[in-house]
Design a protein around this ligand. Structure first.
Ligand code: MGD
Ligand code: MGD
Ligand code: MO
Length: 784
């Protein structure tokens, strides 16, 4: 079967999210990964007590789960991990690394799980087998030969609390705080923004709040693809007539309508649930202006109430007792004209007033948000603006209300909790030093962008990756790749082959690990592990599938071996004992963080786990003033780099997004069902008026070029134009194919999250991509 050519690859999707499309998609991937038996058995245990935590997103798992507590994309992640396919030593004998560098991300991972520890051999340009002992002792020697601040310890966000705690101890005992993690590209704007505003770095909403809320605002998060299990509480809320007000440049299907694929009644019936009751197609980067507009309308309502002798709209008691910065915020809100707010947000005054009216009527409001807010130059201000709106009516610190950042990787929030951070001020230094007998290095380490800069300028010489696909996930990939080959040491702990493994440094090691769904036996005893989800809920899990290969080691065992080989007995960390009994690691965690992890070993088994204490949820604000703070954005400019006026006429703001068929850099397939795209990822979504105005037609091929810092010449493509319902001046394409467009320095102020949702680009006419057109449709499509 060949690909459908031209624009017929795009057909708007008219069904709801979930439903039969979702059920089909799950069957497809189980089939393709030859994981029907193992995968189906595993799915029953997914997100269940005594089962395993889904390896996909970080959304909360209920204490009393549904019979099947997984979603379409969680099932794909399970099938992906439990695949019967193997990337064994024979695969590496058959392909040189240079050849593999020419492959697509999809093809690389499609060969299945890595099975043996491998070492790159420059002479044959191949990965060759090694032993765990050889790998550990060589890596230990190479680390000792480098100076600690030349080495980066990256974590991708999946590894358990136990592994993560060990990993940061390893880095610090070795002598560096260079501990970047994927949240540096993700919710760091949240960690910075919420900490300043309300004194906690994480969200305040729990699953129970969904049962009490009477209004939900949704900003820049694609629930249908990226956290589908959240559609269940949303659907429940909608059944209670809770309004859901969405701000998103495009009409994401999951935010419009949903059919629960696990409900026979819904699957067989004609009805789907309407999710968003108001849908505002805000311009990319226009959210702060939009929320400013909602706040302005709210102040108008307040004036009117005062005039008419009605009860006030603002929560004055809360404002007086719990907040500061209100006066300056109110002055700023009043200072903006409606004209300006409309122009900046791309929304009309009446739309913003409609949102404000519902907000004013609701007693318990929560705001949910994702990458559409954090991955901007003003990502931190975006997050803080959402808090400002909540504070106006006391919507933090009461049931049913609060701020709900939707985290990405399944344990990314937890990794931070147990010390994965470049900032030594955020770890309990005294405790670590007293317990483990080494000095925590004082120098602030590198976060992701700093690490990239260090790789480019040669000051970073060693890199250890605990999962992830760093070289594909970071910005400026075509500048990063050549620099990366200058690394002296490159160690990747991974489950599948990806591009980061294919740009070797001087010494390159590929260490295959168990996935979280697999049984982790240490000296014959099955180990359990813990994670923290997006709602600050911590609980225990265990794998239940046989490992993909006898050679695999657990992540904890690999870290223990590397640490021991590097540090010997020089620090008082019993690496070997910990490796054999994870309860000992948990004991250490509870000693270092007793307020969060006291009685860890028992509480972790509570149905639904336990919540970490968060001051803001009971209105204790750990800010310098002891109050929740209105932090007024300095500007409504979405992006200081954008050219305005005549020079900027041809410039579009590009957001780089996930399809429904990927998990970050892992591409499950070439369809984006909800957006109606079939068989390709090489597309750019544009407004029809822009297509015409710029002299193109739908279906034509273009290259995308970054419109800032033109001297560097950042380009990707050719991509095919899709005419799409997206605001004028905006464009969208897929991550990671577009990462080369994002300059390394184009990141959010203060959080340094790459501004992946606002990249100024221009379009250049191009020839069709012959390879893309000729590529056979992946098998998955053949049984649809
Ligand atoms: N299946 C699956 N699940 C995942 C992932 C995955 O790749 N696949 N990734 C995981 C990870 S690490 C993360 S961080 C999350 C990511 O989940 P999301 O936060 O949903 O991330 P994106 O897919 O990048 O989509 C961002 C959304 O923001 C919107 N948006 C873009 N710019 C703006 C803007 O300026 N304003 C507003 N209001 N909206 C905007 C886009 O239209 C899109 O709907 O999902 C996690 N879960
Ligand atoms: N342009 C653009 N860039 C972005 C984003 C964007 O929206 N746009 N989003 C950013 C975000 S939010 C994030 S979180 C990052 C993601 O960045 P990363 O976390 O670095 O990337 P992933 O694609 O999640 O990593 C996938 C790889 O992890 C390995 N892996 C999978 N499971 C396991 C496991 O259990 N253990 C180990 N050791 N390895 C495993 C596999 O080898 C797989 O190839 O990308 C960021 N980059
Ligand atoms: Mo993420």
């Amino acid at each position: 079967m060949r690909l459908i050519h031209g624009t017929s690859r795009f057909r708007p999707y008219t069904s709801a999210s979930g439903g039969w499309g979702s059920a089909h998609s799950v069957l497809n991937i189980l089939w393709r990964e030859q994981a029907f038996v193992k995968g189906s058995a595993a799915l029953i245990k997914q997100n269940k007590p005594k089962g395993f935590a889904c390896v996909s997103c970080a959304w909360a798992k209920p204490g009393d789960p549904h019979a099947l507590e997984f979603c379409e994309n969680g099932a794909k992640a399970t099938a992906w991990e439990l695949t019967s396919l193997r990337t064994a030593p024979s695969f590496f004998q058959a392909h040189t690394v240079t050849e593999l560098r020419g492959w697509q991300d999809y093809d690389l991972e499609q060969h299945g799980r890595l099975t043996h520890p491998m070492r790159y051999d420059a002479q044959s340009d191949r990965y060759v087998t090694t032993t765990w002992e050889e790998a550990a002792s060589a890596i230990g020697a190479q680390l000792r030969a480098l100076s600690p601040d030349e080495v980066v310890f990256y974590a991708s966000g999946r590894a358990s609390l136990e592994t993560s705690f060990m990993y940061q101890l390893f880095a610090r005992a070795y002598g560096t705080n260079n501990l970047p993690d994927s949240s540096n590209m993700c919710h760091e704007s949240t960690s910075v923004g919420l900490q300043e505003s309300i004194g906690v770095p994480v969200g305040t909403v729990t699953l129970a709040d969904f049962e009490h809320t009477d209004c939900i605002f949704f900003f820049g998060q694609n629930v249908g693809s990226n956290s589908p299990r959240m559609l269940h509480p949303l659907q429940e809320a909608r059944k209670r007539k809770v309004p859901i007000i969405t701000f998103n440049p495009i009409r994401e299907r999951g935010l419009e309508r949903f059919v629960n694929p696990q409900s026979p009644v819904e699957m067989l019936g004609p009805k789907s649930t309407v999710i968003s009751t108001q849908y505002h197609q805000v311009a990319i980067g226009g959210d702060t202006a939009a929320v400013m507009g909602v706040a302005k309308a709210l102040l108008d309502l307040e004036e009117r109430a005062k005039r008419d002798g009605e009860p006030p709209v603002l929560d004055h008691d809360f404002l007086a007792q719990h907040t500061d910065g209100l006066a300056h915020f109110m002055d700023t809100v009043k200072g903006y004209s409606w004209d300006e707010l409309e122009r900046r947000s791309g929304l009309t005054r009446s739309a913003l007033e409609a949102a404000a009216t519902v907000y004013a009527r609701s007693e318990k409001v929560m705001i949910v948000y994702g990458m559409g807010m954090t991955q901007h130059r003003h990502g931190v201000a975006n997050v803080q603006m959402l808090v400002n709106l909540l504070l106006l009516r006391g919507n933090i610190g009461k049931p049913g209300a609060g701020i709900c950042p939707v985290r990405g990787h399944s344990n990314v929030q937890g990794q931070r909790t147990v010390g994965i951070t470049e900032d030594p001020a955020k770890v309990p230094k005294d405790k670590l030093e007293a317990l483990f007998g080494f000095s925590v290095p004082e120098r602030k380490g590198m976060a992701t962008i700093d690490a990239c800069e260090g790789i480019v300028n040669g000051s970073v010489k060693g890199f250890i990756g605990l999962g992830g696909n760093f070289l594909r996930a970071v910005p400026d990939t075509s500048r990063m790749e050549p620099a990366w080959s200058g690394l002296r040491l490159n160690v990747q702990i991974a489950t599948k082959l990806n591009r980061t493994h294919l740009v070797p440094g001087e010494h390159t090691w590929l260490l295959p690990c168990l996935g979280r769904i697999e049984i982790d036996r240490q000296q014959g005893v099955e180990q359990v592990y813990t994670t923290e989800d997006s709602t600050g809920c911590i609980r225990a899990w265990r794998g239940n599938a046989e490992p993909a290969s006898e050679q695999l080691r657990s992540e904890s065992a690999i870290i223990a071996a590397l640490a021991h080989a590097t540090l010997g007995e020089s620090v008082a960390v019993p690496w070997r004992q910990w490796q054999h009994d994870y309860a000992l690691i948990r004991k250490a965690i509870s000693e270092v963080y007793p307020e969060i992890f006291h009685d860890f070993e028992t509480r972790m088994w509570k149905p639904g786990g336990f919540h970490r204490p968060l001051g803001a949820t009971h209105r204790q604000w750990a800010t310098p003033s002891g109050k929740a703070r209105f932090i007024t954005p300095e500007t409504l400019d979405e992006d200081d780099d954008v050219l305005t006026g005549e020079a900027g006429r041809d410039v579009l703001q590009l957001m780089t997004l996930r399809s429904n068929d990927q998990f970050n850099t892992t591409v499950y397939g070439y369809d984006d069902r909800f957006r109606g795209v079939k068989g390709t990822r090489k597309v750019v979504f544009l407004n029809r008026n822009d297509i015409v105005r710029l002299g193109f037609a739908p279906g034509e091929w273009v290259r995308l070029r970054t419109a800032i810092e033109p001297a560097v010449g950042r380009e990707v493509g050719p991509f095919q134009i899709i005419a799409y319902d997206i605001p004028e001046g905006c464009a969208a394409s897929y991550y990671p194919e577009s990462n080369a467009l994002i300059p390394l320095w184009h990141y959010a102020k203060r959080s340094k999250v790459p501004a992946a949702k606002s990249v100024p680009i221009i379009l250049i006419r191009a020839q069709p991509d012959a390879y893309d057109l000729d590529r056979a449709v992946p098998e998955t499509d053949q049984i649809v």
